[in-house]
Design a binder for this molecule. Structure first.
Ligand code: FMN
Length: 160
């Protein structure tokens, strides 16, 4: 199947939108927008994300030994678009906090409907991506805050 048809097929599977974050060697926050995120196991609690091998965030995930999956709230399209660029100042004027766990990335509490702090368990090579499997050590969700939905290349709220 050609790449365009593959993209069209996969774009018809709606997902949430995650900003996956970690800390670089310089202790500064790094991150990218990800739709390839899902639960893997309940016992132990495992989740996975698929990250392009060219991602500038990958060295930060390795350095951190984990990552945080920030599940964006509806209406955060601007943030999703910014985190999907390669600019170096992505986190300027974005509020974040450190997780309680010693391993994990920045938590974007005000922009997330929920978050999961993960310790990296496995890194599996799959085509042009890495599958990052994380043990979820910490997380929370904000009651009443609707998550963002990404479907057919558009951002939606639950009532759209
Ligand atoms: C809605 C959306 C979903 C995306 N999903 C993924 C994904 O699952 N995995 C991935 O590697 N990149 C994904 N991207 C692309 C990255 O966000 C983009 O390549 C980003 O610039 C990478 O930044 P970095 O190199 O600083 O890590 C997605 C982009 C958008 C807008």
């Amino acid at each position: 199947m050609n790449a365009e048809r593959f993209r069209d097929v996969m774009a018809s599977f709606p997902s949430g939108v995650v900003v996956l974050t970690a800390f670089g060697h310089d202790s500064q926050p790094r991150g990218l927008t990800v739709s390839a995120f899902c639960a893997v196991s309940l016992e132990p609690p495992l989740a996975l994300a698929c990250i392009d091998k060219t991602s500038n965030t990958l060295p930060a995930v390795e350095h951190t030994g984990g990552f945080t999956a920030n599940i964006l709230a509806a209406g955060r399209e601007q943030l999703a678009r910014r985190m999907a660029t390669k600019v170096t100042d992505k986190f300027d004027s974005i509020r974040w906090r450190r997780p309680n766990s010693p391993i994990g990335g920045p938590i974007l509490e005000e922009d997330a409907a929920a978050y999961a702090v993960c310790t990296l368990r496995d890194t599996i090579e799959a085509g042009d991506h890495w599958v990052l499997v994380g043990l979820v050590t910490e997380g929370d969700h904000r009651e009443g805050v609707a998550p963002m939905i990404f479907s057919r290349r558009g951002y939606h709220g639950l009532n759209d």
